[in-house]
Structures are given as C-alpha cells and as structure tokens.
Design a protein. Sequence first.
Length: 199
Amino acid sequence: MTSEGARLGAQAAHRLSQLGSVEILPGLSDAEFARVEAEFGFEFSDDHRAFLAAGLPAGRPSSTGRRQPWPDWRNGDADGLRDRLAWPVDGVLFDVEHGSFWSEDWGAKPGVLTDALMVARTRLAEVPKMIPICSHRYLPAGRGTYGHPVLSMYQTDIIYYGTDLVDYIHQEFGGPGMDRQDEAWDPKATVSFWRDLVC
C-alpha cells in the first residue's frame, strides 16, 4: 500500500470518526480484505483499504426498510454486496435499454435492442470496477492507486461527490473542507469510461 494512499484513507476515517454521526466498528483485518477481494474479484484502492482498515462504518436500516448505506464487507449478505458492485454497470445497461445512452467508443449501435444490450454488456465487462463506499457513492478498484474522486453514480447520471475520499467525507457528512460551490473545487476524474459520463 502506498504511504500517500494510506495517509488519505486514515485521514478520511479519522474525520468520519470525529463527526460522531456514524457508528464505526473495528476495521477489516488483512485476512478479511483477502477474503473479500478473492470472493468478489477486485482489489480495494489504497485509500479505500486504509479507510476500512481504520474502522468499518456501519449504518442502521432506515424506517422505510432500505438497505444500510454502508456496505458490510465483514458480515454482509454476499448477494447484496454483489448487487452493489453491479450497480454502476446495471445502471448503464438500464439507460441503454430504456433510454438513449450509447457510448461512441462501442461503435455503431445495433438496431435490435437485444444485440445492443449484448454489445454493451461485453464492453462494460472491460471497464474499471467501481466499489461502493456508502449508498451510491463509489471509488474505482485498484491496488496501488489512490486519490481518485468519489463519484455519485445513478445510471448514467454521474457526478463528483468529492475530490478524493477525505473531501467526500466533508461533502457527505460535514466538517472542515471546501464547498462544491467554491470555484477552487475542481475534481478531475481519473478512471477510464466512467470519467466520460461525469456531468
């Protein structure tokens, strides 16, 4: 793990803990990280890994019965975690099927919907995997990487929600930081495909 990635993740975890608005459970162990990454087929970015090693945020189900906002990488339902991992790609496929979305990088869109969906699924299988932080806020996977902007992902409606993990905690939960209305707040998406969808 890079020292800068570890620093960012620890700083984000410390800031969240200081706010006192989220229950923080003991962090994930190396063995737990290895199990999660093997089971779900990805590696956490260095800052996301350090964040979860410092403490596992937990949420309570809302009164409407919606799922907890924080993924439970320790004891969570495996199918539920797979659904959350699939959310970004599933959202794009929804917009291909029910909207007019088509990436120009995929070539000409087939005239038959089932063929278009097959092409889209094939191409989306090649894009970087996005990992849920909280609710529909995501960071890209990738050991040895850090400092990516946090993206709020809802189908192809994708916006920045933090210049990095530390800024995301400020934007979502409060505390010291720069507001998104400030001219100096200028995140730059770093991950292929998804950066092209950011509004």
